[in-house]
Write a protein of this length. Structure first.
Length: 186
């Protein structure tokens, strides 16, 4: 069974989705194949309550300490983690993130959440989506693992796009994590 650490900063909706897919008996895409062994936050946030709800050990640490403590697993997964991290050599290729756009567009410092969807809407693009990528030492830059896209309807607001992409993320992230792990040497 693959062991995952989840790094969080926000409400915990992505963590809740990943835990559901690890532990739900009927619909869990990762059930029996992956387990979340720990949750690490860089601040007090709603995700810590989500971790409690699933019975997952949680820790609040400064950003520099997080990877030292979280790294003894098969994979670290960012789930709304907003702080910049520097990937040590031993962790290269072992950290994934999901971003609410089709990278390389609309990524980089300060591009998260509603800001991304507002930029997409203002661009006039006809499609949007989400991207799972390997984390490196640049914001939203690492190798793309998987992407999923959806069309943008003219009447959709940035809020509408955010809701649609969040739904897409909930489907893509667990599958992309499992596919990524299954290709790694054990």
């Amino acid at each position: 069974m693959f062991e995952i650490s989840v790094l969080v900063s926000g409400s915990g909706s992505t963590l809740d989705n990943l835990a559901f897919h690890c532990y739900d008996e009927l619909e869990g895409v990762m059930r029996g194949m992956a387990t979340i062994t720990s949750v690490f936050a860089d601040r007090n946030c709603g995700a810590l309550e989500v971790a409690d709800g699933w019975g997952i050990p949680k820790f609040v640490l400064d950003t520099k300490s997080i990877l030292k403590k979280a790294g003894n697993v098969d994979l670290c997964v960012l789930a709304g983690f907003l702080s910049k991290i520097y990937v040590p050599p031993e962790m290269e290729g072992k950290i994934l993130n999901i971003h609410p756009s089709l990278l390389p567009k609309y990524g980089g410092k300060g591009m998260y959440g509603r800001k991304v969807h507002q930029a997409v809407k203002e661009s006039g693009d006809s499609i949007t989506g989400c991207t799972v990528h390997v984390v490196d030492n640049e914001y939203d830059h690492g190798e793309i693992v998987d992407q999923e896209l959806i069309p943008i309807m003219p009447e959709q607001s940035a809020d509408d796009l955010e809701m649609a992409v969040k739904k897409l993320e909930q489907q893509l992230y667990p599958k992309a994590i499992l596919n990524f792990l299954s290709k790694q040497p054990k």
